[in-house]
Design a protein around this ligand. Structure first.
Ligand code: DAH
Length: 339
């Protein structure tokens, strides 16, 4: 038995020295010291020993057990510290390496200019409202004095979802929604996307943006419309900007006007950008038609109002000297990074 124990000690020493993982160490422990392990098996033979031999072998067995236990601990510590060293080596951080620069996005020119426009109108006491892009025919046309057979429908040919629902062709639809829900005084702008069944070219797109304006109160006149638009244009384009009102026709305003601003390139003399005109057309406007007001339950013997609608793309293109509208939708970073 003494030989067996000494042999066990020797093989244990070799096996432990060769073990390269914690799980291997555990296997060895179970195999040698476990309940069904080698040591237990050897000690089972103790019964056949003489009374003198028994304590000697017992003591030897204890020595072998604590020897193996100590060696197990040592190996465990060794493996753990080399694993830690390995991990630290893998995770070294070179703090002298140059960092990766995060690339920051920018606002799109349409957003930048829309924000400016909103700021200007908010400064004049307007609130900002929104309406749906998928709209009832009623709000887009009918309530704005454009019945089914009206020729104005041809110039705003849009996408029909069904007979009564369209993709709105103008933000003027929001005027009606606001007047149905709000009592005067009303002072709002309604920016948003509009849709028309137009082919794409340098100045047309089936999707574009408008900014609608509506003011309804007691004693509102064309003078208020002119003053408001003039303040807006001068803030946007500078104090030299001159406005020109031309008579026009819109079914939902009476009288109606188209409004031009002096060319920002030549200042009114005439050049390539304004095609020799000296002025650039910017928006449609007018005094809200009494029929439109009355349909929304507003008493026209007490209240009057003005409205206007401007194309955002047009302002952006003039503002940033962009000559092709498609550039605004292509999302080419080489283009967008210039603004
Ligand atoms: N909605 C018109 C269009 O798209 C523009 C317009 C003209 C809006 C006159 C108005 C207005 O509010 O009063 O052509």
């Amino acid at each position: 038995m003494k030989d067996q124990l000494m042999m066990m000690k020797k093989t244990a020493e070799e096996a432990l020295g060769a073990a390269s993982s914690l799980s291997e160490l555990e296997d060895i422990r179970v195999r040698l010291l476990g309940k069904k392990g080698e040591l237990t098996a050897i000690l089972r033979g103790m019964g056949g020993l003489s009374a003198e031999e028994r304590p000697v072998i017992g003591q030897l067995a204890n020595e072998v057990r604590s020897f193996i236990e100590n060696r197990l601990d040592e190996q465990k510590n060794l493996l753990a510290s080399s694993a830690r060293a390995e991990q630290l080596k893998k995770e070294t951080l070179d703090v002298t390496m140059s960092g990766r620069k995060p690339s920051l996005g920018k606002t799109h020119p349409l957003t930048t200019v829309l924000d400016e426009v909103k700021d200007i109108f908010v400064g004049m006491g307007f609130s900002i409202v929104e309406g749906p892009e998928v709209e009832f025919d009623y709000y887009n046309f009918e309530a704005l004095n454009i019945p089914k057979d009206h020729p104005a429908r041809d110039t705003q040919d849009t996408f029909y979802i069904n007979d009564n629902v369209v993709l709105r062709s103008q933000t003027s639809s929001v005027q009606v929604r606001v007047m149905e829900n709000q009592k005067p005084p009303i002072r709002v702008i309604a920016p948003g996307r509009v849709y028309r069944s137009d082919a794409v070219d340098a100045t047309h797109s089936p999707v574009f943006h408008q900014i609608e304006g509506l003011v309804v109160d007691k004693g509102i006149t064309m003078g208020d419309l002119k003053g408001t638009l003039e303040t807006f244009m001068k803030t946007l384009y500078g104090n030299d900007a001159v406005l020109r009102f031309r008579p026009h026709h819109f079914p939902f305003t009476e009288p109606s006007a188209e409004v031009d601003v002096s060319c920002f390139v030549c200042g009114g003399k005439g050049c390539r950008v304004c095609k020799g005109e000296g002025f650039i057309e910017l928006l449609g406007a007018g005094m809200v038609h009494p029929k439109v007001l009355e349909r929304c339950g507003i008493d026209t013997s007490v209240y009057s109002g003005f409205a206007f609608g401007l194309g955002l793309e047009r302002i952006v293109m003039r503002r940033m000297n962009i000559d092709d509208m498609r550039l605004l939708y292509e999302n080419d970073l080489r283009f967008l990074k210039q603004f």
